[in-house]
Design a protein around this ligand. Sequence first.
Ligand SMILES: [Zn+2]
Length: 199
Amino acid sequence: MSNYTVPYGFCPVCAEPLETSTIDNHLRSSCPNCSYIDWGSFSLGVGGILWNEGKVLLVQRAHNPGKGIWTIPGGYVNQGESIGDAIVREMQEETGIKAKPLSIIALRDRPSNCSTEKHDTYIIFQMSLLEGTLHAQPEEVSNLGFFTFEECRTLKISSLTLSAIQACRSISQGLILNKDADLIGRLSTLYQISSNWSI
Ligand SMILES: [Zn+2]
């Protein structure tokens, strides 16, 4: 998935040419015929850190952007999919390993002022191994394996990845799923810091 986007010239709902107007103190494209407003373009990605016996699971990217770089497994969240389900799916697809999310331990936010680039947010989970054997997805992964932190430092790896791995070398709790909260929306989930949850 590309991080680039093209602004609509016509309303995606009714096909009327869009107009530019000030809404909430921002210039936005909106439709003079229906209620459509272009609120911007966002993409949401997830990554998973899985430690097992003192080593962390990494994959080497098979294609650009970042071909040859080692990173944690992950990818983009599908429409209608929870972020937790997305990292479980991506990790299993890329590595053959089934794991469950423990907590959110990092978040990288990358806004954009440019109309052709999406605002990109990436959420990093700490994962727990369930089952599976290593099997690289050939379309996306050229190599994979478990590495000690010292080995990670010698690989071609981004400082974001290395920083997140270092942050959860020892068990770090982060944001955990609160299943007690009564949320609006059937698919809603809430991650928050630990507290005595009895609402
Ligand atoms: Zn319209």
